[in-house]
Design a protein. Structure first.
Length: 270
């Protein structure tokens, strides 16, 4: 059973906090009385999230950051410690995505950009946060995707980055087994955010509109609640939809069926 406010007075560094799941996690953590260091590239949107968190009674600071840059991640952790004195939870949530068939891609640089944010951003932040997390026997949370478990058409670069995250954090969990630091991996299905409208298309430009039926997928508040509940209990991983849990079981016995299901999900946009 999860305590009523498991993150009360817990110092949390959350990346990708200005939008989507990250924004909602910031609000829910604020409601629990967490102490927040919030990071994102969009300084203006990030500041609005911090103001809302403070209005909810939380101590929160904004640290605008681009996690694709190693030096910025070091500064992010250093400023968190300077401002808040300690670090007990790191949530690697920042991410970007794509929506294009591989053979139609005109700008291959999107693969590097996606990997830099989703994978290397997690690696950099974790590397600099880890000494502090070991002192507090804290938590690491990686927000991946079902595409980190199985390939999905139109998402080749995104799936690669999320598979890389899974491999990194699963390995780190084993290495940290005796340290008191837990590693929780979250694997959301489609969640109603604006991330797909900002996804790279085949020419390397944002799509502008979402190809997903956003009103028919998981709301951000539900996704955030599930991730934080798993982190609170130091759960190994959470597959966040019934379709996802069923799909991973089917993948063991009928992998070609999962390929067809993935194609259909993308075609339907849900």
């Amino acid at each position: 059973m999860v305590a009523l406010n498991p993150f009360h007075d817990n110092v949390v560094l959350l990346t990708g906090a200005s939008r989507g799941i990250g924004r909602e996690m910031a609000f829910q953590l604020a409601d629990q009385g967490a102490v927040l260091a919030l990071a994102a590239r969009d300084a203006e949107s990030l500041e609005q999230v911090v103001i809302e968190c403070r209005d909810r009674g939380a101590l929160a600071v904004a640290i605008p950051s681009d996690v694709s840059v190693e030096e910025t991640c070091k500064r992010l952790v250093d400023e968190t410690i300077t401002a808040l004195g300690r670090l007990e939870t790191l949530v690697c949530n920042a991410g970007i995505t794509m929506w294009a068939l591989f053979e139609e891609i005109e700008d291959l640089s999107i693969f590097e950009k996606i990997m830099q944010v989703n994978y290397f951003g997690s690696v950099y932040c974790t590397h600099y946060a880890l000494p502090h997390l070991k002192k507090t026997r804290g938590r690491i949370v990686g927000v991946s995707s079902l595409t980190g478990k199985t390939g999905v058409p139109t998402r080749s670069g995104y799936a690669a980055s999320k598979h890389a995250m899974a491999g990194f954090f699963d390995t780190l969990r084993i290495e940290l087994a005796d340290s008191g630091v837990s590693v929780t991996m979250a694997y959301p299905d489609f969640v109603a955010t604006d991330v797909r409208a900002r996804a790279f298309g085949r020419a390397g430009k944002p799509l502008g509109t979402s190809p997903v039926q956003e009103g028919k997928v998981m709301p951000t508040d539900v996704a955030a609640r599930k991730i934080l509940a798993a982190a609170a209990t130091r759960k190994r991983e959470i597959i966040m939809s019934r379709r996802g849990r069923l799909g991973l079981w089917l993948k063991l016995i009928a992998p070609s069926l999962i390929d067809r299901i993935a194609r259909r999900a993308i075609a339907r946009g849900r």
